[in-house]
Design a binder for this molecule. Structure first.
Ligand code: ATP
Ligand code: MG
Length: 313
């Protein structure tokens, strides 16, 4: 006892920072601390003010630490934003012993990463799409297979170097060394999807405050990911402009009464909206509220569809 070390994971979101502390006990990971803090210094998933972002991250971590009370040993952080891009690549190795070993799988995945990347790109994840042993395609677990040549087709999830450095700087400021970075969409996929869903085929949309991350799986493989610089904050802005009220009030109205399919709202439903400055509050129809939200949500789904068309369906 007293020797436990915590694993800290931090989701740096546009509207909130979420910190979790996990402890390994009896070969299981137990979440023993959780801290949420409003996010400042971020826009559309990217850090735009290091000091403000550092402070927000600190607030969330401190709350988690009050609950967990263990020293932090490892730190993992999520990253998002439209700077996340995927590149397809391949690698090949000769099989010396005429059988695929784990080290040859490592080697072929490494060779798939040795491509010329623009200077501002960093590889975050290497996602194998399929292995080919001699002429046999579509292999997911090649270890133990016989052959003379191993090929790998992979998807490289990359991010912008400066965006990553800014994120790491916040943790440096808190004297925390980051052990791993994970793309937020991938973390959501790993967190909420079942093996059956990944096998049958699934599109997961993580609709955040400043970004919308999309991940697509089929045949148990992550096939496609992207991150759009749009999210719930846009809906709030639309309401603030459309209803001529503050963003704070618009956010409250959205969460309490927001419906994004106008057919679902009765014409005579009304809600009180506070005016800006000295303007008196007034009643607005929930139908109008839904019309504003529906327009933006439709546009968002069209954007997602445009990205997916030709690649997924
Ligand atoms: N009940 C609700 N109805 C509608 N919108 C909601 C509701 N609850 C939260 N939201 C919206 O969800 C957004 C926040 O989502 P989330 O916490 O996933 O974002 P984030 O992780 O901080 O940001 P990002 O992942 O984009 O960087 C906000 O725009 C908020 O208004
Ligand atoms: Mg998020």
């Amino acid at each position: 006892m007293g020797k436990e070390k915590g694993i800290l994971v931090v989701d740096v979101g546009t509207t909130k920072i979420c910190a979790l502390i996990g402890e390994e006990k009896e070969e299981k990971l137990w979440v023993t601390g959780m801290g949420l803090a409003p996010s400042k210094g971020l826009k559309k998933g990217a850090i735009i003010n290091i000091d403000e972002a550092t402070q927000s991250i600190k607030n969330a971590i401190e709350k988690a630490q009050i609950q967990a009370k263990v020293p932090i040993e490892n730190v993992y952080v999520s990253i998002a934003g439209s700077h996340i891009k995927t590149i397809f690549s391949s690698g090949v190795v000769a099989l010396k012993e005429k059988i695929v070993t784990p080290s040859e799988v490592e080697e072929v995945l490494y060779s798939a990463q040795t491509i010329e990347l623009p200077q501002d790109r960093v590889i975050l994840h290497v996602i194998p799409q399929e292995f080919i042993v001699d002429q046999t395609r579509g292999i997911l677990q090649p270890v133990g297979m016989s052959g003379v040549r191993l090929e790998a087709y992979v998807q490289l999830i990359t991010c912008n170097r400066s965006n990553l450095q800014n994120l790491l700087r916040c943790f440096e400021n808190l004297n925390l060394e980051v052990d791993g970075i994970i793309f937020q969409g991938l973390a959501s996929g790993e967190g909420v999807l079942t093996p059956e869903e990944k096998e049958l085929g699934v599109i997961l949309i993580d609709f955040g405050g400043g970004t919308t991350d999309v991940v697509v799986y089929w045949d148990n493989v992550l096939r496609f990911v992207f991150s759009l610089p749009v999210g719930g904050e846009l809906l709030t802005n639309d309401l603030a402009v459309g209803l001529r009220t503050s963003r704070k009030e618009a956010e409250k109205i959205k969460i309490e009464y927001g419906v994004c399919v106008k057919e679902l709202v009765e014409d005579e439903e009304f809600d009180e909206v506070l005016g800006i400055g000295n303007r008196p509050s007034r009643k607005i129809s929930k139908k109008i509220l839904a019309e504003i939200l529906e327009l933006r949500i439709k546009e968002l789904f069209e954007l997602i569809e445009r990205e997916l068309r030709g690649k997924v369906f």
